[in-house]
Design a protein around this ligand. Structure first.
Ligand code: MN3
Length: 338
């Protein structure tokens, strides 16, 4: 084989390897770069899609390559964005947010929402115009780069918020504003600077001309039926996460023969169990089985704490903590069932 054929073969081979090792891919744009003129100019669209979005995608694929995250749905990655680190949070967010953004823009935009979406907007914001005003205000108030969102909460209500950088309401980083976005507006300067320079307000007035409410409605219906909503609800149950943390950091060392963590943190674990038992159980998790398991969790934690306080032998503490660990998994297990 001559050198030229060999090098072509090698390039083809490497391309194939790259192709199979890229779990996330660019969504296709359903319109030309110039299709949203005069509201969003062609050059901005081209750079935004082919450079900015592409870079988020490439960096996301790089960040997850060879990790378990490769096999996950993007949304599942984003739920734990803060815990997964900056590369996943920024680039996973960047890929998700822009994919949604291209989808809700259209040269043939349906200018007003209909049906159930319209009713829910009226319920939550009094009118579509006041929702737009609220989102514009959030966007103007967002210092630096970020997004504004209309999203569906775990209680299946509509809400609006803004987020910094490439964060979004799916993420643990979103605090109280958790849910599935159905409409997002990019307020990074790269979304408008070439045409509007520093005039973010002008861009915001213009962009509504190409927001397609028909696409938002599709997103809304999909969000209501998405099991992701329940995962977000569970992840937002802070008291459950707090207890889980202490359990993980004491039980697993104990399994490896290290009694130090449980001997020093049994009181903290009891306090977290009490806070969990007193917390508001998310609506879709409420059941008599959960209520009972929460009570067992408090009495089990009190038992571990008592053993530790009496300076009991390792075996007794181990038995008590193992039982508590089983009780905790009843809650986790019950929670994850429909
Ligand atoms: Mn952008």
């Amino acid at each position: 084989m001559n050198a030229r054929i060999l090098s072509v073969a090698m390039i083809l081979c490497m391309t194939a390897i790259v192709a199979v090792s890229q779990p996330f891919t660019m969504p296709k744009l359903d319109y030309e770069y110039n299709a949203l003129e005069p509201y969003i100019d062609a050059q901005t669209m081209e750079i935004h899609y082919s450079k900015h979005h592409q870079a988020y995608l490439n960096n996301l694929n790089k960040a997850v390559a060879g990790t378990k995250a490769e096999g996950l749905r993007l949304e599942e990655l984003l739920i734990a964005a803060e815990r997964r680190g900056a590369a996943v949070r920024n680039n996973g967010g960047g890929h998700y947010n822009h994919s949604l953004f291209w989808k809700v823009l259209s040269p043939n935009a349906d200018k007003s929402p209909g049906g159930q979406l319209a009713d829910e907007i009226t319920k939550a914001f009094t009118s579509v115009d006041s929702l737009k005003r609220l989102l514009n205000k959030e966007a103007m108030g967002r210092f630096g780069s970020g997004w504004v969102w209309l999203y569906v909460t775990p209680e299946k209500k509509l809400a609006a918020c803004s987020s910094p950088n490439q964060d979004n309401p799916i993420m643990d980083a979103a605090g109280k504003n958790r849910g599935i976005p159905v409409l997002g507006i990019d307020v990074w300067e790269h979304a408008y600077y070439l045409k509007y320079q520093n005039k973010r307000g002008d861009y915001l007035s213009a962009v509504w001309n190409v927001v397609d409410w028909d696409a938002v409605d599709d997103n809304y219906k999909a969000a209501l039926a998405d099991p992701l909503l329940k995962l977000i609800e569970k992840d937002a149950w802070q008291e459950l996460k707090d207890f889980h943390m202490v359990m993980a950091q004491t039980f697993h060392p104990m399994e490896e023969g290290n009694m130090g963590p449980i001997r020093s943190r049994a009181g903290e674990m009891l306090a977290k169990a009490q806070l969990l038992a007193a917390s508001k159980v998310p609506a879709s998790f409420q059941s008599s089985a959960i209520s009972k398991a929460m009570k067992d969790l408090v009495s089990g934690s009190a038992d571990v704490e008592k053993q530790v306080r009496k300076n009991a032998k390792d075996d007794k503490i181990k038995k008590s903590l193992t039982k508590l660990h089983d009780t905790f998994h009843v809650i986790q297990g019950l929670c994850s069932e429909e």
